[in-house]
Design a protein around this ligand. Structure first.
Ligand code: CA
Ligand code: CA
Length: 94
């Protein structure tokens, strides 16, 4: 009987660990995808994103204001990194 309880606890703990790993993987992937989108959307290649550059993108366009932390109409790489950290709890790869 006791063994069964311990087994149930062990299984539950293992399931939690798997869920946490999945979340970590998801967050890491989402962070990298957002950073890649940031670079891809920088059409004029000046290293920052304007509202116009992000406008047509369904994934990032609607979140532009969230990423534009100081609300000056431009998302800098630093703002993008802060936004990604705040959103996913992980630092983007680069
Ligand atoms: Ca740009
Ligand atoms: Ca800004």
């Amino acid at each position: 009987m006791k063994l069964r309880i311990w087994l149930a606890i062990a299984l539950a703990a293992a399931a939690c660990a798997v869920a946490a790993d999945d979340r970590e993987v998801y967050n890491r992937r989402a962070a990298d995808a957002d950073m890649a989108a940031f670079r891809a959307l920088d059409l004029n290649g000046d290293g920052v994103l304007t509202r116009d550059e992000a406008r047509g993108d369904l994934g990032f366009g609607p979140r532009f204001n969230d990423a534009d932390i100081n609300r000056d109409g431009v998302v800098t790489p630093e703002e993008m990194r802060r936004y990604i950290e705040a959103t996913y709890g992980v630092k983007p790869a680069a």
